[in-house]
Structures are given as C-alpha cells and as structure tokens.
Design a protein around this ligand. Sequence first.
Ligand code: SF4
Length: 217
Amino acid sequence: MVPGLIPQKDGSFAISIELPEGKISAEILKALARLAEEGAFVHPTTAQKVMILGLANEETAVKALRDLEEAGARIRKSGKSLQPRTCVGLPWCKLALQETFPLALAIYEAFPQEELPHKFKIGVAGCPACCSWANVLDLGFVGVRGGFKVYLGGKGGYKTKEGLYLTKVETIEEALDLTRRILDLFKARGAKKKRFATVVSKMSPEELAEALRISTT
Ligand code: SF4
C-alpha cells in the first residue's frame, strides 16, 4: 500500500492532510477543488485536518496523493506524528493572549515519529476560553499573559475529564522540552490502549512534578 492512502470499508480510499500551521495555501485549495470537482468528498475534521474521501480506487487515490504533495500538502502517513489542534489566537482573535500557530507548528515538527502506548492529543489555545479544547486533551497549552498554562491528562469521549493544571511555560523552547519529558513519562508508565489520563490519575501532583522535573517552589 502506498503510504498516505487509507483504505475504506467500501473499497474506496481516503487521504488525510495535516495542517499544523493552521492555514491552507492557494495551491492546496486548488488541488482540493479539482478533487471535489472529480467527485471526492472533502471534509475538514475536528482535529484540524482535511480528509479527502470517496477516491474510487487505488489508481485514482495515488494520483490525488501526488497532486496534493506537489501542491505542498503535508500528508498523514504514519499516524505517529503529533499535530496539535489550535484556535486562531493572536492576532486574529480579539480575546487572544498568545499566538497559537507557532507553538503548534513547533510541536508538530519536533515530534514526527513518536511510538506511544495510545493516542495522544495536544491542544493549543490563545486564551483560557479554550476553543480548541486544550483543557480536555492529553496535553494542553492555554495562553495567558506571559506564556502558556500547561494541562495534563484530559480527555473527551464517554467520560470527559478535565486536564490537571501542571505549570506555566514562557517560551516555545520550554514548551518543547516539557513536551519531550511528558511523552517520555507516557512511554515509561503508560499501558497499551490506555490514555495518558490513566497515568496522571495514578500520580499525585508532587509525583508528577518530580517525574517531569518541574520545580513547584
Ligand atoms: S481560545 Fe481564546 S484566543 Fe482562541 S479563539 Fe477562543 S477566545 Fe479566541
């Protein structure tokens, strides 16, 4: 199977485009328009991706893949990359306290191939309104004055759980360093098919701070 093609139950194929920088270029939009005109179903997802569905057969899907790659699209190929979901943040939202896309793109580029026990969702929000649900994801960065508050172990689904407030970071470098330590903690203590919330729920805030080498003073 060509990497990037997603076989569907009905025999058709799908492709997923990742959008860590939070925008779609004119070239990608033109490629999507061509595919839509040819009968594909173009679906913007809640995870800040674009799914191209209904590609009739492998030949059609490979051609679509090549067209999208030529247009500069980032095709989801392994399922191991971590693309945060974000709101628009500064300067686009009048309530925003921080830019969101630079941090989201930095995380996406820093962690392209993570082997984790289970899915791990990251959110970046420009203010505590958390339009990107950053406070109910495995790891959330929530914009405040002077940086981002960091929330851990949240999740949606049948039993929604709010993330635990952990600490505050001031720079993208700090956010990436902390994300590295959090992913390593999940690898060390996580279990197959169990979300990071399970790890967080078994540790006291003091144990978490110690494991992640965060000063609580
Ligand atoms: S989270 Fe805040 S900054 Fe982001 S879109 Fe919502 S209100 Fe605006």
